[in-house]
Ligand binder design. Structure first.
Ligand SMILES: Cc1ncc(COP(=O)(O)O)c(C=O)c1O
Length: 393
């Protein structure tokens, strides 16, 4: 394999404002033809015109110019040195976890995404990688979980679906003192609102299937490394495991990402209105949204993020009532997933967190009455009217 797809950071681009970076990320114009989008290099392999002077890319698992454009794009947005694109968010997370070896231990946010929980508790445990789940909002709990074989800390903030807030900087500072690798799943906030690498986090991960893609039409995962050395290790794993993203999806994802800021802004505005409306209702037992004045992690969230995002979770009191709302809602897609142009209403107990044993799920606040609303780009008045009728009775 030649030294492929090293990724690059154009220093000039780093100084641009976020909205400008989204459109002018370096590969937006094809150098060969002037075409206004990244060409789709639908090729598995590359001709060696001179065997002593191999082409930059030699085989698409190891590197492809379309995927490379996306990888450089996310690295620029997150402020890291190198990006990686995978076939799904779970492919990004599982490939990254391969940095650990048998006998290693990691500390993980307790209400982590259900698929990550399943990966750790039913796959990686069989390979000798152990994990301890802690309430990351409490630094003492994180500290107490440290073992002689601890190698990494995995954060998800805001967490899914109860939107608990971890102090990224405080956990990272402590982790560095113990030589631990730090990782953040930044799916809910995206680099528009939160850039963990800026406070020293080693690896940022994404289910790009969500806000980055933004249209419920592409499954993808991304990782960004803070240092060249971590980037080199992730590259070796991505190539060795073959968990890469295809070129069509790479292109589609870049197309979606260009409107990230516009979509996030609109959805967040509506999410704030919806959260306030839910909060005012007697028949909703709890509302979770980091933008609410009484959200327990609000102050920390405001320190590390520039927005509150577009996901609102709320408890309608019982599983029966939750199912009624799901069946009566007419506007949102009732589905697994989030972060799209259309609103998506999910039922964590039976969808994203179905893999979690009921007692663990309940312990983590994911009750039978909990619904998660990912606010899309519809008119918020229509969303509220629809939810209102779904809650009647
Ligand atoms: C926070 C979070 N991380 C990771 C994932 C996994 O991503 P994917 O479904 O793209 O594999 C999800 C999916 O819902 C998620 O919500």
């Amino acid at each position: 394999m030649s030294d492929l797809g090293k990724g690059h950071q154009d220093k000039g681009k780093q100084d641009l404002k976020f909205a400008t970076k989204l459109l002018h990320f370096g590969s937006e114009i094809d150098g060969a033809t002037g075409a206004s989008s990244v060409p789709i290099y639908q090729a598995s392999t590359f001709h060696h015109a001179d065997i002593f002077n191999p082409p930059v890319h030699d085989y698409s698992r190891s590197g492809n110019p379309t995927r490379q454009a996306l990888e450089d794009y996310i690295a620029l947005l997150e402020g890291g040195v190198r990006g990686f694109a995978y076939s799904s968010g779970m492919a990004a997370i599982s490939s990254t976890f391969m940095l650990l070896s048998a006998g290693d231990h990691m500390i993980v946010t307790e209400d982590v995404y259900g698929g990550t929980y399943r990966l750790l508790t039913s796959i990686l445990n069989r390979h000798g990688i152990e994990s301890t789940f802690v309430d990351m909002t409490d630094l003492d709990q994180v500290k107490a979980a440290l073992k002689p074989n601890t190698k990494a800390v995995y954060m998800e903030t805001p967490s899914n679906p109860t939107l608990k807030i971890t102090d990224i900087e405080a956990v990272t500072k402590w982790a560095k003192e113990h030589d631990l690798l730090t990782m953040v799943d930044n799916t809910f906030m995206t680099p528009y609102y939160q850039r963990p690498i800026e406070v020293g986090v080693d690896i940022v991960l994404h289910s790009a299937t969500k806000f980055l893609g933004g249209h419920s039409d592409v499954l993808a995962g991304l990782a960004v490394a803070r240092t060249e050395e971590i980037g080199r290790q992730l590259k070796q794993l991505q190539n060795g495991l073959g968990t890469v993203l295809g070129v069509q999806e790479s292109w589609l994802l870049m197309r979606g990402m260009k409107t990230l800021q516009a979509r996030m802004k609109h959805s967040e505005e509506s999410a704030a209105v919806l959260a306030a409306w839910l909060k005012g209702r007697q028949d909703i037992t709890q509302v979770f949204y980091p933008g609410l004045i009484d959200h327990p992690g609000r102050e920390i969230h405001e320190k590390q993020s520039t927005g509150y995002g577009a996901v609102v979770s709320f408890d309608v009191g019982s599983g029966e009532r939750a199912k009624q709302v799901l069946n009566r809602a007419r506007i949102p897609l009732v589905a697994v997933s989030l972060g799209a142009v259309e609103s998506i209403l999910s039922y964590p107990a039976m969808m994203s967190h179905a893999a979690m044993p009921a007692e663990v799920r309940l312990e983590r606040g994911i009750t039978d009455g909990l619904l998660r609303f990912s606010v899309g780009l519809e008119d918020v008045d229509d969303l509220i009217a629809d939810l209102d009728q779904a809650l009647q009775g």
